[in-house]
Design a protein around this ligand. Structure first.
Ligand code: NAD
Length: 362
């Protein structure tokens, strides 16, 4: 049996990615095209020429739409990829969950630009029995998988702390990074979050605000702690704040995924008492569009098998809660105990209220 697939939000040019557009839909489409049992039959974009260019690239003949709801009604796809900007994720994804034909939705990250929106998406998917996943594809890098295996095999003892550095803020890049921390800590929910942000220069990516710098600490229900720093202001790369993308600190050593530095390996380990880091060979680095292929293949495998996918909404919501709790902590000037009970986007709200006044805004 083959699933009919539709894509919403095609983007315009995958060859010139920037903060205004990566055309992620092309990466989703390439992933479906590589699979047996998935036929890309339709696309929708409010900019018709974007949809037409995408349709031409993927050989879609009769399935080009500007309005995604018309597309859902006429084409009745079983699987939908949602690649619109974050502010439109909630409306489009919830709309897809209500379409009779839709069995699975793979939505881009970050989940939504409000916490209430993210919760609603998860709730509506559950209510309609739709498999809802988010594209935290970095879980599918061999470096990440191998780091988790080393951790589970006890190579650095018991996990005490997860850390991450991110160059582009806790929302955009941090959505992946928090998600990876939760993956390393077996999806354990967090108990509290404390964070601070600096937002002096407007930094709008894919239509949403992202702070310039942030410092966050948090604690999970199993006592493991988290520490994260983001900095989009300097020359340093994403890993520069604490010297690597993801660090796993155990009772008997440390694992680093994506340490900073030009010749640094994707993965290394140092056990207590070792004088040097040991490079751990991996099949790929930290960023590769092949991870999207693996994520989408796994989603469809789970759909077929009736299994819960690891990119599912429950895990994504855990990462999203940490994002919005960080901004909420900055708004409250204090520790935020979880579960998080807000619906809005505290960073945007602080900009709207004038509590934050980033320069360069329109
Ligand atoms: N997973 C990753 O590593 C990764 C990387 C880059 C971007 N992203 C995410 O992917 C998502 C899309 O980003 P992009 O860079 O592909 O954007 P893009 O601008 O390249 O494409 C988005 C498209 O959506 C269309 N659109 C907007 N609202 C719509 C609506 N209501 N109905 C139909 N079409 C609509 C726009 O016209 C545009 O063509 C964002 O959430 C972004 O954060 C993820």
């Amino acid at each position: 049996m083959s699933y009919e697939v539709a894509v919403i939000g095609t983007g315009s040019d995958p060859d010139e990615p920037d903060g205004d557009g990566y055309a992620m839909a092309y990466h989703h489409a390439s992933a479906y095209r590589k699979l047996d049992g998935a036929d890309l039959v339709a696309c929708a974009d409010i900019v018709r020429e974007n949809a037409e260019a995408f349709a031409a690239e993927y050989g879609i003949e009769d399935g080009v739409y500007e309005d995604y709801e018309t597309m859902l009604a006429e084409v009745e796809p079983a699987v939908v990829s949602v690649c619109v900007p974050p502010a439109a994720h909630e409306e489009v994804t919830v709309g897809c969950t209500r379409a009779e034909s839709v069995e699975a939705i793979h939505c881009e990250k970050p989940m939504a630009d409000t916490y209430g929106g993210a919760r609603l998406m998860a709730q509506e998917a559950d209510r309609h029995g739709v498999q809802l996943t988010f594209n935290h594809q970095r879980r599918f890098s061999d470096a990440v998988r191998t780091a988790k295996r080393l951790l589970d095999e006890g190579e650095v003892g018991d996990l005490e702390r997860v850390e991450f550095s991110a160059g582009i803020g806790i929302f955009d890049y941090g959505s992946h990074s928090f998600d990876l921390c939760n993956y390393f800590n077996d999806e354990t929910p967090a108990e509290w979050v404390m964070g601070q942000v600096d937002y002096r220069e407007e930094n709008v990516l894919f239509g949403s605000h992202n702070e310039n710098q942030a410092l966050v600490c948090w604690e999970y229900e199993n006592g493991v702690t988290g520490l994260a720093g983001t900095d989009s202001t300097g020359e340093g790369g994403p890993a520069s704040v604490f010297g690597c993308h993801n660090r796993l600190v155990g009772t008997d050593g440390v694992i680093e995924v994506g340490p900073d530095g030009e010749d640094a390996p994707a993965l290394r380990i140092r056990r207590n008492g070792d004088a040097e880091w040991e490079t751990v060979p991996t099949e790929d680095g930290l960023h590769d569009w092949a991870f999207v292929d693996r994520a989408i293949a796994e989603n469809l495998r789970c759909l077929r098998a009736g299994e819960r996918p690891e990119l599912g909404a429950r895990n994504a919501l855990n990462a999203t809660e940490l994002i919005f709790a960080t901004w909420e902590s900055a708004r409250r000037r204090g520790r935020v105990d979880l579960p998080l009970e807000i619906d809005d986007n505290p960073l945007s709200a602080m900009v709207e209220s004038g509590d934050l006044t980033p320069r360069g805004g329109g």
